[in-house]
Design a protein. Structure first.
Length: 110
């Protein structure tokens, strides 16, 4: 997972400079059943771990990060690190029906 570490190393410095929330991220994180704060998203960007990479993403290489928010709830953030900022594509609370107990691996369809 050397590539994941490399991508993660690119995310943290750009996120510490500036974070740009794309419209989809704003809509998804502000849904009543989610209510993910910008502070929680920033925390995931700075302290989270890469659980999936999307090198062929049309928005440039991006990654899915797992971190934790208020009360220790798991939060997934998809971000594309740019030179001057981290673009947040989406943020959501992972569904336990779709993710393993640690929220790092997708469950296989049954």
């Amino acid at each position: 997972m050397a590539e994941a570490a490399s991508l993660q190393e690119r995310i943290r410095p750009t996120a510490s400079k500036r974070v740009l929330f794309l419209p989809h991220a704003v809509r998804q994180s502000s849904r009543p059943e989610r209510m993910i704060s910008t502070a929680e998203v920033r925390e995931v960007l700075i302290r989270g771990v890469v659980v999936e990479e999307y090198p062929a993403d049309p928005r440039e290489p991006s990654a899915l990060l797992l971190g934790h928010g208020q009360g220790g709830r798991a939060i997934h953030v998809v971000t594309a690190p740019k030179q001057k900022y981290a673009a947040v594509i989406t943020a959501y609370v992972p569904d336990t029906a779709l993710w393993n107990d640690e929220m790092k691996t997708r469950r296989q369809p049954q």
